[in-house]
Design a protein. Structure first.
Length: 218
């Protein structure tokens, strides 16, 4: 009888719904305690799942942590793709604006779990091996897309120092609105990063960047 009950619990915890509960719970626990201090047992208690389920779905704590980071990065990219649906005939300036707006939407999305920003801040402050995987799988392809847009606009090789520097400048403008968001909202209470705000900011960053990029055209 006990074996049957254990098998029933294991079967229940092997569901997609259980996997999602574990991801959500892991995000909260990792954000609160950090990767090193968090435990699988604490995560499973938050998820109302057994430890066997965590091992079944993710293997170990490192893989679970990476799955949390990648899962929400993938969801954000799916919701706000870098080209925002532009067709192949779009100009470099249109591509740049779509990239900037989608980037801003991903980092300011109020629909993200409350713990997401805290988790990413922890990862940047105390990098783990997961950051290397994220860079290769998520961030590097995004940066290379931006470099291609800039290279096309200023007619330079995408691996030139000018293109790399310009790409970092564009990203730096976008990240300012993420890092300084609490300050911005206090200094300008009317700006709450709703869709209209993001569109306006994206338009400004694009115009500002395009004006600068024209100085680098061959």
């Amino acid at each position: 009888m006990c074996l049957k009950r254990e098998n029933a619990v294991t079967k229940l915890d092997n569901t997609v719904e259980t996997r999602q509960r574990l991801l959500e719970a892991a995000g909260e626990v990792f954000a609160e305690h950090g990767f090193r201090a968090a435990t699988i047992r604490d995560i499973c208690q938050h998820a109302d799942a057994n430890v066997a389920a965590a091992h079944y779905h993710f293997g170990d704590k490192t893989e679970l942590y990476l799955a949390v980071l990648k899962s929400f990065a993938d969801e954000a990219l799916k919701k706000y793709p870098p080209n925002l649906g532009l067709n192949g005939s779009a100009t470099p300036e249109q591509k740049l604006r779509a990239f900037v707006q989608s980037f801003l939407l991903r980092i300011t999305d109020k629909g993200r779990p409350a713990w997401h920003g805290k988790l990413m801040a922890r990862e940047m402050a105390e990098p783990t091996t997961a950051l290397d995987v994220l860079i290769e799988d998520v961030y590097r392809p995004l940066v290379e897309r931006l470099e291609n847009i800039i290279g096309e606009f200023i007619e330079r090789a995408t691996d030139s120092e000018v293109v790399l520097a310009c790409a970092r400048s564009v990203l730096g403008q976008c990240l300012y609105y993420y890092r300084a968001r609490p300050v911005i909202e206090r200094m300008a209470p009317q700006q709450q990063f709703e869709l209209a705000d993001v569109e306006q900011i994206a338009e400004h960053i694009t115009k500002f960047s395009v004006a600068a990029l024209k100085e680098y055209r061959l």
